[in-house]
Design a protein around this ligand. Structure first.
Ligand code: NAP
Length: 366
């Protein structure tokens, strides 16, 4: 055989072997989406758009094997459910079996990872806590954007995940997926958090920005609703509850002290008139809905309330849907994370990043 032909055959042989090796190194994960609203739909789009990169650069492939919501019920197919071009409820229903509850659903879907993105229950965090508990007990990693499980059951779920050798991750619960929890967990070992202050609620910050531009409270709220930032019933944001829940989540996870939203001394922005907000900005001391938490000798002092801040304060320059948190630690007297104009993609990215961390987990740290 001529030498050129032999080389060509060898080249073909080696590229064939490397293709097989590459395929062997790729692991396919079965994913379950609980809640098919804004967050999980955006996550699904993001997973699709990153599919090739995940496969080629990280050896991660995926298929959706379970989808569930109040309206859809529990739908599973261990072989995979359709996700293209834009799967809707009927596409899922036509291709999967209807199950009777979360555990049966997770088993039928052979779940490797649960993405929990159901609505927040501010009273007790249920049924999201039960969803995550079930996933971990069924041997799946649990990833959530829902703050309820953090403020009502963090210790239990963290310990359960560790006992099961799985991960319970929740980067998207505060500041839409900006790396806060992972920053402390992965990059700041033995650093002690003394306290923090920040702006953590987009709706109220956007309303205050609108009032600074001369809108009335109602007009500014309407504007926030029109662009999909504020819900139809925005009282949860306006009265400071959303900010209080986020403070409770940060204190519970990062400061190691269990704090419930009701323990946060809370005031919303209802008491502020448009004139007061407009005048305060013109005078160089704008109003912000400021969150505070500080370690005290007796435990934690935590507040949410409107405050006038000077222009020299980084909080003064955080406008619209942006947010900021300034940490005070024993090693870094001031460490700031500021996030400008996050969107649903940012939240979904936090879940995608958690997914990649979970599946590369070798077991030890939580
Ligand atoms: N949107 C954001 O920008 C954002 C950012 C960070 C975190 N989060 C958090 O992420 C979660 C999801 O937000 P979202 O905007 O995607 O909400 P959404 O659009 O209202 O969707 C919520 C989904 O959860 C389902 N659901 C609610 N309660 C359920 C239950 N008890 N059992 C089964 N399914 C249930 C709903 O089903 P039905 O429609 O059938 O009722 C719906 O599919 C919330 O906890 C939210 O606080 C949201």
């Amino acid at each position: 055989m001529p030498i050129g032909v032999r080389f060509r055959n060898l080249r073909i042989f080696f590229s064939f072997v490397s293709l097989i090796l590459e395929e062997l190194l790729i692991r396919t994960y079965k994913l379950c989406l609980l809640g098919v609203g804004n967050v999980n739909r955006t996550l699904l789009r993001l997973l699709r758009s990153r599919e090739q990169e995940l496969r080629e650069q990280y050896g991660i492939a995926w298929k959706i094997t379970g989808v569930a919501s109040r309206r859809l019920g529990w739908i599973a197919n261990g072989e995979g459910l359709p996700t293209l071009p834009a799967a809707d409820g009927s596409a899922f229903e036509d291709n999967g079996s209807k199950l009777n509850g979360v555990r049966e659903w997770l088993r039928a879907a052979e779940a490797d990872v649960l993405f929990e993105a159901t609505s927040l229950n501010v009273e007790n965090g249920q049924p999201a806590i039960e969803h995550i508990r079930s996933a971990l007990e069924c041997g799946a990693h649990a990833i959530t954007a829902n703050k309820g499980p953090i403020v009502f059951a963090y210790d239990e779920l963290r310990d359960l995940a560790a006992a099961q050798g799985k991960r319970f991750l929740f980067e998207s619960t505060v500041m839409d997926g900006a790396p806060i929890f992972s920053l402390f967990r992965e990059h700041l070992p033995t650093v002690h958090l003394r306290g923090f202050r920040g702006i953590l609620n987009s709706t109220t910050n956007l309303i205050l920005s609108g009032m600074e531009e001369g809108l009335s409270f109602e007009q500014a709220l309407q504007k926030a609703q029109n662009i999909g930032v504020a819900e139809t019933d925005a009282s949860h944001d306006i009265d400071g509850w959303d900010a209080a829940v986020k403070v409770a989540a940060l204190v519970t996870v990062l400061m190691g002290v269990r704090l419930r939203p009701g323990d946060v001394d809370r005031e919303g922005i209802r008491g502020l008139t448009a004139e007061a907000v407009f005048t305060a900005r013109a005078a160089g001391t704008p109003y912000k809905l400021v969150c505070h938490a500080k370690r005290t000798t007796g435990g934690i002092s935590a507040t949410v309330g409107p405050e006038q801040v000077p222009l020299s304060d980084p909080l003064a320059w955080v406008a619209g849907t942006s947010s900021i948190v300034c940490f005070e630690t024993d090693m870094f007297p001031g460490l700031i994370i500021r996030e400008d104009n996050p969107g649903l993609d940012t939240t979904a990215y936090g879940m995608l990043a958690d997914f990649m961390k979970a599946v590369s987990y070798k077991g030890s740290e939580q």
